[in-house]
Ligand binder design. Structure first.
Ligand SMILES: Nc1ncnc2c1ncn2[C@@H]1O[C@H](COP(=O)(O)OP(=O)(O)OP(=O)(O)O)[C@@H](O)[C@H]1O
Length: 203
């Protein structure tokens, strides 16, 4: 499988945010997207996920299921952790698995991210780092080959960051690929794409 951005251009609010962005990430590989605040890192991930239509160029996923839209091969772990406050921690993962599809073991996923003991609590009581761990559990419960991670280390403590490194390594070893936007070191080796400061300028 290969995720390809071909001379991608993306606008937001009538402004050119990304221009001429090209790269390819193959199964087993990872790409780290860096750049200053406002450079377009989240915008790029959303365009890759098919949530924003590019004004130039294209996103392609080669080697996926030809009968399914590319977005069904992708997980976008956004800034916000999309925790359903009224559902229990376990039901949050069951819900995600039902919506996204997949047959991952819900309780094993929660155990893996250190939330097993909190499975019956409402999502609303989780701390910021626990919410991020819950988002990581979704990646495991509804396995998909393409992980698009926006600031995945945000709010994670040292053990959470190490866990993220392990999960990414395991995902890549199974042929998965990762594109991660970050300001921080994420504890895994990756190619690097630097987005310019042009879009970040506040005018
Ligand atoms: N919905 C929107 N409408 C208009 N402009 C937007 C919208 N969302 C983002 N932008 C603009 O697009 C630019 C890129 O935003 P984006 O969130 O992709 O940056 P980023 O590199 O992820 O930043 P950060 O490091 O702060 O997370 C910013 O200038 C932002 O103001």
């Amino acid at each position: 499988m290969r995720l390809i951005a071909d001379r991608l251009g993306v606008d937001r609010g009538g402004r050119a945010i990304l221009r001429d962005v090209s790269f390819a990430v193959a199964g087993g590989e990872a790409l780290k997207v860096v750049g200053p605040n406002g450079a377009g890192k989240s915008t790029l991930l959303r365009a890759l996920a098919g949530l924003i239509a590019p004004v130039e160029g294209a996103v392609r996923l080669d080697g996926g299921d030809p009968d399914a839209p590319p977005r069904e091969a992708m997980h976008l772990l956004g800034h916000l952790d999309a925790v359903k406050a009224g559902l229990s921690v376990r039901r949050n993962i069951v819900f995600a698995r039902d919506v996204l599809g997949g047959e991952g073991d819900v309780d094993a996923s929660l155990d893996r991210v250190g939330l097993g003991a909190l499975a019956d609590l409402p999502g609303s009581v989780l701390s910021a780092g626990q919410k991020r761990r819950l988002a990581l559990a979704r990646l495991l419960a509804a396995p998909r080959p393409v992980w698009l991670l926006d600031e995945p280390t945000a709010a994670l403590d040292a053990s959470g960051q190490a866990l993220l490194g392990e999960l990414v390594a395991e995902h890549r070893a199974k042929g998965g690929l990762v594109v991660a936007a970050t300001h921080l070191d994420m504890g895994f080796e990756a190619a690097r794409l630097e987005l310019g400061a042009a879009a970040a300028a506040v005018s």
